[in-house]
Design a protein around this ligand. Structure first.
Ligand SMILES: Cc1cc2nc3c(=O)[nH]c(=O)nc-3n(C[C@H](O)[C@H](O)[C@H](O)COP(=O)(O)O)c2cc1C
Length: 355
């Protein structure tokens, strides 16, 4: 049932609606769809990471279910985990519309949503009411007009400790002015130090992840990995959307400001993932995101160093059937439990050197 309602996610009709209207319709369909039966994950794809048991490594990336309205239905579609958010302490409207653009010729989206979301309290209530089963991470960030941005992150740890399978600190959205500056070494160290203390105090203790931009240079990546390892961060998500506009883009919407996601992000974000993998020597668990649109691109993320994979834009163009297709393809590469772990980072050197 869930699948039939959600097959609508990628129908020609939905594709003809303005992108944000289509997104609202998809969230509404998911929210009110029954989610009694969970899709079955191939046995070889189960894995343990962050002390959590994932049925498979493919996750819904942050930004699709910003206000935690649809996590159980997304899990029922077959995702191995769902990341809700980005949530901010107070509800906020985000930037003015239009702020989401399709670039079909490039398999891409540009968004400048600006953290539109219902705020911590509404999301807490929804997460408290959800069935206990399934891994749901919570991604949070500061309000645009926050007096103390670091305090907004600390409040996120305190607010979501009872409900989040893991926390993601989002310092990489291009649509909140100044947010990405928190990736600079001193500011980043101060942020991570404060958040790390908060998560030791909050009950229960949850895994702590950082989500980074694909536009960092390699020195900045060195600093991020150093700080994460020394402050006891558990994982890094590589990467958020890019502010770059590769010259290969054909769609006229390329002129829109915001973060670019989808196919043009695949190569640069996979290279950065491999660079992160080679720097952290297994001390951090990596999640690969950016341009995953089939089993090959998902497998490439794993071989570049990702233990887990997330996607967003691929789902918009391909619809929910994409999830099963990726799981089937990965199951061929990893038929028995433990096979997948052996592939993690197997081609990191090649990816790190790729042009
Ligand atoms: C419309 C849209 C909104 C997004 N909002 C968020 C967000 O609120 N927080 C976040 O961490 N990432 C956000 N992202 C980034 C995605 O989580 C993901 O990192 C990025 O899109 C790359 O994956 P993809 O190429 O599979 O889309 C957003 C992406 C899109 C397309």
């Amino acid at each position: 049932m869930t699948m039939s309602v959600l097959g609508a996610l990628a129908t020609p009709l939905l594709q003809r609606l303005p992108p944000e209207t289509a997104h609202r319709a998809a969230i509404a369909a998911l929210k009110y769809a029954p989610f009694t039966s969970s899709a079955h994950s191939p046995a070889g794809l189960a894995l343990r990471a962050f002390d959590l048991d994932f049925p498979n490594p493919i996750g819904m990336a942050a930004g699709f279910d910003k206000s935690a309205e649809a996590a159980p239905s997304l899990l029922a579609l077959g995702f191995g985990f769902v990341e809700v958010g980005t949530l901010t302490p107070r509800p906020q409207k985000g930037n003015s519309s239009p702020r989401l653009f399709r670039l079909p010729a490039d398999g891409a989206l540009i968004n400048r949503m600006g953290f539109n979301n219902d705020g911590y309290v509404a999301a807490q209530a929804r997460l408290a009411a959800r069935p206990a089963k399934g891994i749901v991470g919570v991604n949070f960030g500061p309000n645009r007009d926050a007096a103390d941005r670091l305090a907004d992150f600390v409040a996120g740890v305190e607010a979501f400790a009872p409900y989040a399978s893991y926390f993601t600190i989002n310092v990489s959205s291009p649509n909140t002015p100044g947010l990405r500056d928190l990736q600079q070494r001193e500011a980043f160290d101060e942020l991570v130090a404060r958040v790390a203390v908060a998560r030791e105090t909050a009950q229960p203790r949850r895994p702590l992840l950082i989500k980074i931009a694909p536009d960092l240079d390699l020195h900045a990546l060195d600093d991020i990995v150093d700080v994460c390892v020394s402050r006891g961060v558990d994982g890094v998500i590589v990467a958020n959307t890019t502010i770059a506009r590769p010259s290969s883009l054909r769609d006229l919407q390329v002129r829109e400001a915001g973060g670019l996601s989808g196919r043009p992000l695949f190569a640069p974000s996979t290279r950065m993932l491999a660079q992160a993998y080679l720097r952290c020597g297994g001390a951090l668990t990596l999640i690969g995101a950016g341009g995953v649109e089939n089993a090959e691109t998902a497998l490439a993320k794993i071989e570049a160093g990702a233990t887990l994979v997330q996607l967003y834009t691929g789902l918009i163009y391909r619809g929910p059937r994409l999830i099963g297709e990726i799981l089937d393809g990965l199951a061929k590469a990893a038929p028995t439990p433990g096979d997948l772990a052996k592939l993690v980072g197997a081609r990191a050197r090649e990816w790190a050197a790729a042009d």
